[in-house]
Write a protein that binds this ligand. Sequence first.
Ligand SMILES: [Fe+2]
Ligand SMILES: [Fe+2]
Length: 261
Amino acid sequence: MAFDLDTFAETSEAVTWHDLDFDTFDEYPLDHQTLRTLRYMCDVEYHTSCFLREMLVTPSHREEDAAGFMTMWNREEFWHGEALAAVLARHGIQVDYNELKAKRTKLGWQLALSTMKQSALANLIGSDFVAVHMTWGGANELSAVAAYRRLADMTEHPALSPLLQRISQQETRHVAFYTTQARDRLQDSPRAQGLVRTILEKYWKPVGSGIMSEPEVQHVMGHLFGGRGEELDKLDKRIQRLPGLDGIAMFRSAFTRLGII
Ligand SMILES: [Fe+2]
Ligand SMILES: [Fe+2]
């Protein structure tokens, strides 16, 4: 799917959930495992928007489309966080965005790009940075789609499942942006292809790594993807379609390192 910034700008909006009957949570409350996973997702969604300012000073932001997209993308992720926080609040779990933001910003902006920034990008400049950033972002968004869909299927809840489907629908547009950008950078650049392949296969970790504690990452990824190697292969196939990345197995590698599959 190709990405069109104008269409995205015209249709970008907060995920809707006020029409969903949250009273059903009283009758069918979510179990502990699901709440723990949702808490993680909420935190990660909010985390994205804590650092917009910092994201906008990376080399990627100088790309015209990227700056426009990122501003709207950040808002959408924030609204995902809000929707999930509302579900958690129904179960007596409070997640406060401002509190989270204060805590995170104190830890420093390196957290903004988290594992990617720390492990892989320190020595990259210009177009190489952008190629890695966009492919990395595409992988993150692809796994977000898979995670939300999986949780929607697992819970089959009258209010939660439609909400998660709506969120995952928005995530598919994020995938389109990042993969369209990544394709442009990888095309005709064997150097970018080599870098991206090495860095992603070696360093990519599930979204939330480096922000959330290791046991939380383990729990959530095990909960959603434990024993689901074929699901991860499907994600790898999507990345393999990008120029010069045939045969890449970054998802399988990352989840194997975590001991999930
Ligand atoms: Fe999101
Ligand atoms: Fe997203």
